[in-house]
Design a protein around this ligand. Structure first.
Ligand SMILES: N[C@@H](CCC(=O)N[C@@H](CS)C(=O)NCC(=O)O)C(=O)O
Length: 212
């Protein structure tokens, strides 16, 4: 049975969501950020970076959300949540997972963690630059979805769409939320219509997000 170390709404969300979609047994271990539990000696043994998600798979503690998406979808291929190696859509699946984790995730990390760059609070110009960079990425994704959607991998829904929806949720308190882009909103609405989304929100105590 899997054990997921998580913090509500954080990068562990997509792994939690995927486990629900896969309908495999798992348990949740809350990592309490308010008491810096992610930096405790015990947790650092599981992930020396002091970050969630961490997944115990019965053998090892494994980290990195995108690696976990690849790992879990390959472990449970019958769920059909990823084009498998050798299938025509596999390259697109890998491309979009890497795009999201290389472009969007590091920019969001900087947005949410000014101390990573030595700031308590960003100077307004730097904050604006980060917001602009995220906006440019939404724009690029919107164009892709309009031309090749409705999902990131075209006609095939996949775990990459869950990952994108998690990142979109992170923009909910930004000056422009990702829901302002119509094809992105359609994708997020379709993902949020899945029963697993309600289960996830309930389990993590999250509130829904809207176009403000
Ligand atoms: N590349 C990692 C990033 C994980 C990450 O940044 N997690 C954040 C939550 S979104 C975290 O654990 N932050 C706690 C901290 O840095 O103290 C992944 O995708 O798994």
């Amino acid at each position: 049975m899997y054990q997921l170390y998580y913090s509500p709404g954080s990068a562990s969300l997509v792994v939690h969501w995927l486990l629900l979609e896969l309908k495999v047994p798992f348990s949740l271990q809350l990592v309490d950020f308010s008491s810096s539990a992610q930096k405790s000696a015990e947790f650092l043994q599981k992930n020396p970076l002091g970050q969630v998600p961490v997944l115990f798979d019965g053998t090892m503690y494994r980290t990195e959300s995108v690696a976990l998406l690849l790992y879990l979808t390959e472990q449970h291929p019958s769920a059909g949540l990823a084009p498998m190696p050798g299938s025509p859509q596999r390259a697109a699946f890998l491309q979009w997972l890497c795009f999201l984790s290389n472009q969007l995730a590091p920019t969001f990390r900087l947005w949410f963690y000014p101390p990573d760059l030595g700031f308590e609070q960003y100077p307004p110009a730097l904050q604006q630059q980060l917001a602009d960079k995220i906006t440019a990425i939404w724009q690029q994704l919107e164009l892709h979805l309009q031309q090749h959607g409705p999902w990131l991998c075209g006609e095939q829904f996949s775990a990459a769409d869950l990952l994108l929806t998690m990142y979109m949720r992170w923009s909910r308190n930004m000056p422009t939320t990702a829901l302002a882009w119509p094809a992105l909103k359609r994708l997020a609405d379709a993902c949020r219509a899945r029963p697993s989304w309600q289960q996830l929100n309930q389990a993590e105590g999250l509130t829904e997000w809207q176009l403000s």
